[in-house]
Design a protein around this ligand. Structure first.
Ligand SMILES: Cc1cc2nc3c(=O)[nH]c(=O)nc-3n(C[C@H](O)[C@H](O)[C@H](O)COP(=O)(O)OP(=O)(O)OC[C@H]3O[C@@H](n4cnc5c(N)ncnc54)[C@H](O)[C@@H]3O)c2cc1C
Length: 438
């Protein structure tokens, strides 16, 4: 029987390997860690989340929630494992990153036709899904660039710090989710006007890490994941409309929304660690500790992880990719994850899912599926396959990608609800949810 190779045991690769194996194919999942570490991963587990522990909103009517609903319909192993590893996070789906990684690994290990190989792949040979992520090893990146004849693009992405719960001053924090949606899950650090002004000034003046990269003078960030100090430098109030937004967070001690608020989200099932939501940063570590300790409740905070910034590689996929995730003219090669210009854990896994289904179908002699662009995944796949390659930028799931509702409808939440229903009904019409066969 043909052996299919999957390169990269991250979000996309784990999902792709699962989808291939459950179609009965022999699969080898290649993961280079721990032999070859990356600058961002900490361990050797599959599907390691390198920064935030959130897989995004799971509230009906939101774009990320629709993507998840479609993935569940298609039998996502990543979301199945996420359900097991879930931690309280209000309207979002957040997980304990270690429990999550173990849950993914256990599921993959349960398939007798799937084998994990700890090695670095440097060239493509045989049927393959390439899902080597934003930190693809340099040799493989160079090989892909040469083989595909496309540019290697990049942007910079930063991770947020994590603190221990026992080091927090709970008298200064209150527990709530924004607008009281879902369970009261976040620790909230409220600031008054003076505290905010002092914090903002310190953040603006703090020192950046010096990137030892030639692109240092021309650092391009992903707009959706800007370092907190970059946002602060855009204007004194920018943070109050971003990660320090106070709306919908009533402080029980005052009965009012604070002037600004930092949210901390549970990072582990045990609740012993919390991450600073939206506080991805590239500040020097000493300055991170000094400035973030000014946040109410964090004066004595123990930082178990500090923010770091990394260069993310991606390919100009519209130049070579079909919306099936297969390479144009090559039914034996598929690509998925951040490498093809989708941004976010869930988006990476979703494209891995489609790549796995479709490479499997192609190898079994079936036509690959082109998902309807009324679906979030179909629309995302269309984007990475048909955007302008010259100005190609990574993309999250969002409603702007999806076919609009055919009639004018003023009530946005009703429109989103109907678009969501249409997406799942269109998906069901072409895909059997159990076998993912059309
Ligand atoms: C610093 C940083 C912070 C980020 N923060 C967030 C965040 O908060 N939220 C979010 O949604 N996304 C974040 N991202 C983006 C995040 O990386 C992706 O959302 C997600 O991990 C991408 O999944 P993936 O499967 O494409 O890549 P990964 O999950 O990185 O998986 C790729 C795997 O391939 C392996 N690999 C690489 N090269 C080879 C090779 N040659 N041979 C074999 N194996 C190889 C790697 O070791 C890795 O395990 C961040 C990225 C970085 C770098």
């Amino acid at each position: 029987m043909t052996t299919v190779h999957v390169v990269g045991g991250g979000l996309a690769g784990s999902e792709a390997a699962w989808q291939l194996a459950r179609q009965g194919l022999d699969v080898v999942l290649h993961e280079m860690r721990p032999t070859r570490p990356t600058p961002a991963h900490k361990g050797d587990g599959l599907a390691e989340l390198v920064c935030s522990n959130s897989l995004g909103s799971d509230t009906t009517g939101s774009a990320p929630a629709l993507l998840k609903a479609e993935m569940r319909h298609l039998g996502s192993v990543i979301l199945d494992a996420a359900a097991e590893a879930r931690v309280p996070a209000g309207a979002a789906l957040a997980v304990d990153r270690d429990v999550f990684s173990v849950a993914v690994t256990r599921r993959l290990a349960s398939l007798p036709n799937l084998r994990l190989s700890r090695d670095e792949v440097v060239c493509l040979d045989g049927p393959v899904v390439v899902a080597s992520g934003p930190l693809t090893s340099p040799d493989l990146a160079a090989h892909l660039q040469a083989q595909l004849g496309v540019d290697q693009l990049h942007f910079f992405d930063a991770a947020a710090p994590v603190v221990t719960r026992e080091s927090l001053d709970m008298d200064r924090l209150f527990v709530a989710s924004r607008w009281d949606k879902g369970e009261a899950a976040y620790l909230n650090a409220p600031m008054n006007r003076e505290e905010y002004a002092a914090f903002h000034a310190a953040l603006v003046e703090a020192e950046n890490t010096v990137l030892h990269l030639e692109e240092e003078k021309d650092v391009a960030f992903f707009e959706g994941c800007l370092p907190v100090e970059v946002l602060a430098r855009r204007g004194v109030d920018t943070l109050r409309y971003g990660p320090m937004k106070p709306v919908g967070l009533t402080d029980p001690r005052t009965g009012r929304w604070p002037y600004a608020c930092v949210q901390l989200r549970q990072d582990t099932v045990t609740g012993d660690m919390f991450n600073l939501v939206g506080f991805q940063t590239q500040l020097k570590w000493g300055d991170q500790k000094r400035v973030f300790s000014m946040i109410p409740g964090l004066a004595e905070a123990e930082f178990v992880r500090l923010g770091v910034m990394h260069r993310n590689t991606y390919l100009a996929s519209p130049a070579f990719l079909e919306p099936t995730m297969l390479r144009r003219g090559r039914a034996d090669q598929a690509f998925a994850g951040t490498l093809i210009g989708v941004e976010g854990y869930t988006e990476a896994a979703a494209t891995g899912l489609l790549a796995g289904i479709n490479l499997g179908r192609a190898l079994r002699g079936h036509a690959p599926l082109v998902l309807p662009t009324t679906t979030m995944l179909g629309a995302l796949a269309r984007y990475v396959a048909s955007a302008d390659p010259a100005n190609f930028q990574p993309m999250n799931a969002n409603w702007g990608l999806v076919d609009p509702w055919p009639e004018r409808m003023r009530d946005k939440s009703e429109r989103r609800r109907r678009q969501g229903e249409r997406a799942l009904s269109d998906l069901s019409a072409i895909v059997d949810p159990i076998t993912a066969r059309a």
